[in-house]
Unconditional design. Structure first.
Length: 436
């Protein structure tokens, strides 16, 4: 093992040895190298005369560039757009995002969390988390309805075993009973489990209520108190898009990050969906855990391992994208812009519920609970979802996503409010076509 990795492991073990047992074999061996990057960082600070360390080109003391490129980047300097960003991410963006996490999650007041590490989108964040914390054969607990890429990342790429539970009860609420049963069952099989929570949920658009969120936290804390190491990954991709009063308006991360030394909370989120910059690919990984002594050395070690994983994966996330997100968040109009777009999506969600309250649809499908995010799902009563999807596409030019045998996902986020009624009427007509 590299001596730097050993030092990081020692820093973690001193304050919370459980975390060492949670790390994957790769995670234990990861470190942030003190090679070219650290020497370049030292030179940036001290080489006031001449600096010949970093692998970029300069001209007259400034970053070399094409005018044809910079002419399209009004308001940015070449140093902010074209140079390499640190593997950890731009320091000011990391701090700005951490401050935003505290603002959006009041329950975090007084709690210590790590400084977020920047990733190339949330998919990349989940992949990095998998590298750090999941070994082949480890169990990952997920609901039966889930984003398909979890399987690609965790099962296909990492060889983890996915164990699922029904996400909803027959009455339509979050299935805490099934969640608790599978947590306890898997905990008995292994000293380490990974739990992945995704709210607002893809594909159903459901976020737990405050009571359900507290129930999840209690279940996780209880199994951790009995000695099982629990890694809980909170995928908060669509965070903030909560449309009902009863919905939990904070991340479950805020409620579990200081519950037990055996319970590690990992928050993956980003500007991707929250700030409507999908293609900029700016995500974050943040850690929270109950640590007996000073948490800063532990978080510093975890951040370095995470950045080292990114360094050995994509080197760093786009400097240009990070600069754009940072400048946007610093803009005086930023809060008003977020509120404006939120209200648009909320009106669409309300319109969907209004339209689907019509009894004429009841013979064709049931509606899964939804209260947040970009999506909602219907469960067909008599038809195969993929068959209907293709029929709607071929005959009516309407595109939906089939999920499993009976479910269709509707992204109302990309529908104008005026088109929602027509969409569901066409889906009903397509279902009637096939049934007749």
């Amino acid at each position: 093992m590299n001596p730097i990795a050993e030092q990081l492991n020692k820093a973690i073990k001193i304050e919370n040895p459980n975390l060492i047992n949670m790390l994957s074999a790769i995670g234990k061996n990861l470190f942030f190298p003190k090679g070219i990057l650290s020497q370049s960082a030292e030179a940036k600070e001290k080489a006031h005369k001449l600096n010949a360390t970093i692998g970029i080109a300069k001209e007259n003391g400034k970053t070399m560039h094409f005018s044809s490129v910079m002419s399209m980047l009004d308001g940015l300097q070449a140093e902010e757009a074209l140079t390499y960003a640190p593997s950890f991410g731009i320091p000011e963006l990391r701090k700005t995002w951490q401050n935003a996490i505290y603002e959006k999650n009041p329950s975090l007041a007084g709690k210590k969390i790590s400084l977020p590490v920047v990733t190339c989108g949330i998919t990349h964040a989940i992949s990095i988390v998998a590298d750090l914390w999941a070994d082949p054969g480890d169990v990952v607990i997920l609901p039966d309805m889930m984003w398909g890429n979890y399987n690609m990342i965790l099962n296909v790429r990492k060889g983890a075993r996915i164990s699922q539970y029904p996400v909803f009860t027959d009455k339509g609420g979050y299935n805490l009973t099934a969640f608790e049963q599978i947590i306890n069952t898997e905990a008995k099989k292994s000293g380490k489990i990974m739990v992945l929570l995704n709210f607002p949920h893809n594909p159903t658009g459901y976020t737990v209520t405050k009571k359900e969120g507290e129930g999840i936290a209690e279940i996780l804390a209880e199994v951790a108190s009995k000695g099982t190491n629990v890694i809980t990954v909170c995928d908060d991709s669509y965070f903030g898009l909560f449309y009902d009063d009863e919905t939990l308006k904070e991340s479950v991360f805020a409620n579990i990050c200081d519950r037990s030394p055996n319970l590690l909370a990992v928050k993956v989120d980003g500007a991707t969906k929250e700030n409507f910059v999908w293609g900029l690919r700016v995500g974050f990984i943040t850690y929270g855990c109950k640590i007996g002594g000073d948490p800063l050395p532990v978080y510093d070690a975890l951040e370095k391992k995470t950045a080292g994983c990114i360094r050995g994966n994509i080197s760093n996330a786009s400097h240009l994208s990070q600069s754009v997100v940072l400048k946007s968040m610093k803009d005086k109009n930023y809060p008003d812009e977020k509120k404006e777009k939120f209200e648009i999506l909320k009106k669409r969600a309300i319109k969907v519920k209004e339209v689907l309250s019509d009894p004429k649809y009841e013979k064709a499908w049931d509606v899964y609970p939804f209260n947040s995010g970009y999506f909602m799902c219907i469960r067909l009563k008599n038809l195969d979802a993929e068959t209907l999807r293709l029929h709607l596409l071929d005959k009516y030019g309407v595109g939906l996503i089939s999920v499993g045998k009976s479910d269709l996902r509707v992204a109302f986020s990309c529908l104008d409010e005026k088109d929602i009624q027509e969409l569901f009427d066409i889906v009903l007509q397509g279902a009637n076509d096939l049934e007749s």
